[in-house]
Design a protein around this ligand. Sequence first.
Ligand SMILES: C[S@@+](CC[C@H](N)C(=O)[O-])C[C@H]1O[C@@H](n2cnc3c(N)ncnc32)[C@H](O)[C@@H]1O
Length: 333
Amino acid sequence: MRRIKEKHALFFNSINDFKSFLSESTLSRKRLPIDPSSCGRELDKKVRFMMDKANKLENELTRNEIIKVRSLFRRAMCDCIKKSKILKRFLEKPLGYPGDYFMFEMIYNQEILSKNKIGIYFDRNVLTHPVAQSMIERKECIKNLIDSFITSSNKKELNILNLGCGSARELKELFASKKYSKKLIFELVDQDNRALNYAKTNLSKINANNLNFLYHKKNILNIVKKEDLILNNGDKYDLIYSIGLVDYFFGNIFENFINNLLRKIKNHGKIIIACCSTNSYKDFTYLKWFSDWNLVLRCPNRLEKYLSRICNGKRVKIIKASSNAIFFVEISS
Ligand SMILES: C[S@@+](CC[C@H](N)C(=O)[O-])C[C@H]1O[C@@H](n2cnc3c(N)ncnc32)[C@H](O)[C@@H]1O
């Protein structure tokens, strides 16, 4: 450990610099408000500087060294991280896995939850971070994509499958502003009952006779391994979508997942999957270093070529967002 610290003194100095600036500003008689004053902006600059250095280290170190240095970083920063209600949850993962439905509710709500200065600073810092903002954009984009799928279809009834639904916030928001005359049957799948119950509570408040929501507690990885995605008596779907799920699929799980979905899609149906992008890999450093939240990033162009190869005969399209951190892949049958 000491060897690593000495070898990468510049990086560890940047942590010390950040922390001493933080304690000077919070303890100073002037009691500078951390948010959103010049002091807050100075701290933002120092966080960005640390993350730039962290990015450089990612390119220089071995896999094992990176893991060690990241954990040294979190140990050094943990008193700050734990003052922020939001970063604390990201780091501690109280439901046992990263990216639980409530972490996303925190991002979507954009509310500062901490009461102390350092906590307020980090709540704001994480909520305004480009990755958090891209998650909000992802939700907005999927609302538009679902809406245009529903309105452009000439069917009277549509079956829609949402995989890794979490709080299904996009559906709550979509139906708060839109009414459709078609019958819409949504099936929501998640591994976590707490997420499904939360989604159910919210979606049950929607007052519309043409809407039907079905909930399935399933581990999609198990379904993928058994190579069949049997939910509602083996029915097929007009639209299958997923946001914030495949970012946790390493190796060939993703390919099996897509192959599985291809068998579950009706003629003229669509699969829409959101991915995190390698185009913005530097932004994801923050999540990895501050909260040990690791995501699989994908290259849009390579993914398009790869999917065009495995989805023979289907049209594969990449849908870009204004944030470089995310994109959607759309497969039309
Ligand atoms: C990052 S959240 C995204 C939630 C929601 N789609 C959104 O974007 O707000 C991922 C969700 O996928 C669920 N999930 C992760 N891995 C899963 C798996 N193997 N099977 C089923 N659900 C899974 C988690 O429980 C969590 O609710």
